[in-house]
Design a protein. Structure first.
Lengths: 186, 333
């Protein structure tokens, strides 16, 4: 494999899988540390380019690496952050659930199509509730900040959030069923 | 256990679950595989709705970051030789690749300054860098900036140097200890505050705009001094060294840091004005557009204006048309 050819394949792989791999890592270790884990996986791939076959298995190699690194990271974090036994148990269950060999779960993680449906459900919310919900959910603003910016009371913000969640819950429940049944029901 | 309350799930999703919640969650997901699937599916949906990393500019940014680690082609490094000129020595990556790689992995490049032994010099070459100093002060360095800070801060000396643009969140310290930023044209003295300073050595203008708190600005080559208030900007010009103070939307000056553009009670006309400044295009707002309605929130600055317009169109009842020399905003029919 020529150098240029390798680079094309390498960055092509990155473009193709970055979002899904990052989403996967985020499920395991959370937002703050997922980016580093995915980057490290690609650095490892670069450093071992002569030893790794860039064939059909490369995708499972990437997911496996993210998984292994995430587990190691969580082990370390559980010590540093002094996890309670409940937290440890929860993460153990989560790790087992998101095992890269669980093809049903993995197939779902790669499917980003549902995002559009979620966003359109949000956009269909009544005017003021939509505004409040977007500020809270998409821009991660605190209820207090939203109240200040919109010039409404904290109570009103909470009421709008409650209303939005209630509507979304009904609208999205079919999506959730879709997720849960993804394989079993077809 | 077959039910779990929405409240617990909501707290879990927001990262505020209590110890009791965790116990309930454990019991719930241990009860059946379906429960496990239910909880984790909800979590996936929750994060998927606000997932941004499938957007092209995010992927490209991440790829640039990766590239700078695996292929650090060329870098500016400080010459270790005795020449007086401290900068601008270009080395090919081959010789320094190993050293550079390690440093990049640590997070940013820092090389010992030549002029003073105890200063650490940081370069932000093609990426915005965030630095946290020992006193808790946070500094975001814009591309092409050089920043120097002492290895250790003494009680009365928190003095740093900037050649470039930086956004400072200076930590307040007990006993009114000053934090000083020096640059070629201006010096800024603060206690605890947030401000944006743009002073590249090569530029003929230096400016500082204050976002929060209070800063004291001094022109380097003349005695003009001024105390800035939030929403004001101090500008020093090289040719006359005179300092001018202007009213400014100081939040706008810090946008490069995270690409988020905040706006409050803004009409469509106000928003158009901001976008004109950001993208250097003419935006015409059609006369029949409703200017009594105002909007508050954040816009994420994207690579292309069109992507921002698309997002805006989803939240505000407008349509846009891109014409050869301008962008037209019309009310939605």
């Amino acid at each position: 494999m020529s150098v240029n050819n390798f680079e094309t394949i390498y960055y092509g792989l990155f473009k193709q899988h970055y979002s899904a791999l990052l989403f996967y890592a985020t499920r395991l270790v959370g937002e703050d540390d997922a980016e580093d884990i995915v980057q490290d996986v690609f650095v490892e791939l670069w450093n071992n380019k002569s030893k790794i076959d860039f064939d059909n298995h490369i995708k499972s190699f990437l997911y496996k690496s993210v998984y292994t690194r995430s587990i190691n990271f969580l082990k370390h974090k559980s010590v540093v952050d002094n996890y309670t036994s409940e937290e440890k148990e929860f993460f153990a269950q989560k790790i087992a659930y998101y095992n890269y060999e669980n093809s049903e779960v993995m197939a779902r993680l790669e499917n980003m199509e549902l995002k559009k449906e979620i966003l359109s459900a949000i956009n269909d919310l009544p005017d003021q509730s939509r505004k409040v919900f977007k500020m809270s959910y998409l821009y991660e603003m605190k209820n207090k900040e939203i109240a200040d910016i919109l010039g409404i009371s904290l109570r009103t913000v909470e009421a709008h959030m409650y209303k939005a969640l209630k509507i979304l819950r009904i609208k999205l429940s079919h999506l959730l069923l879709l997720l849960i049944c993804f394989f079993r029901c077809v | 256990m077959n039910k779990i309350s929405d409240d617990i799930i909501w707290r879990y999703l927001q990262g505020t679950a209590t110890a009791e919640d965790m116990k309930a969650l454990n019991e719930y997901i241990s009860a059946s595989p379906e429960n496990k699937k239910y909880l984790f599916s909800i979590e996936e949906l929750y994060h998927l709705g606000k997932w941004k990393y499938d957007e092209e500019d995010k992927i490209n940014a991440a790829m640039q970051r990766l590239k700078s680690v695996v292929q650090p082609v060329e870098m500016f490094v400080v010459s270790e030789k005795k020449e007086k000129k401290p900068m601008k020595h270009l080395f090919l990556w081959t010789r320094y690749a190993a050293a550079v790689l390690v440093l990049v992995l640590i997070g940013w490049l820092s090389f010992k300054g030549l002029t003073s032994e105890d200063m650490i010099r940081v370069y932000a070459d093609n990426k915005i860098r965030k630095i946290e100093l020992a006193d808790g002060t946070k500094v975001w360095l814009n591309k092409g900036s050089v920043f120097e800070y002492p290895k250790t801060f003494t009680k009365d000396n928190r003095k740093v140097r900037l050649d470039g643009e930086a956004y400072f969140q200076v930590a307040r310290q007990a006993g009114k200890h000053k934090f000083t930023v020096e640059s070629k044209l201006m010096t800024v003295v603060v206690h605890g505050t947030i401000f944006n300073m743009k002073s590249y050595d090569k530029d003929t203008v230096a400016e500082t705009s204050l976002i929060e708190g209070e800063v004291f600005v001094e022109s380097v080559n003349d005695d003009s001094k001024i105390v800035l208030l939030p929403g004001q900007k101090a500008i020093v010009e090289k040719n006359n060294h005179k300092m001018v103070v202007k009213e400014t939307n100081s939040l706008m000056d810090g946008i490069w840091r995270n690409n988020m553009v905040p706006f409050q009670n803004a009409t469509i006309q106000d928003i158009a004005k901001v976008l004109e400044d950001l993208y250097h295009v003419e935006i015409e707002v059609r006369k029949d557009i409703d200017l009594t309605h105002t909007y508050s929130g954040m816009i994420e600055k994207k690579e292309k204006l069109e992507d921002v317009m698309k997002t805006l169109q989803n939240s505000i009842p407008i349509r846009y048309k891109i014409e050869s020399d301008k962008v037209l905003i019309e009310p939605m029919e």
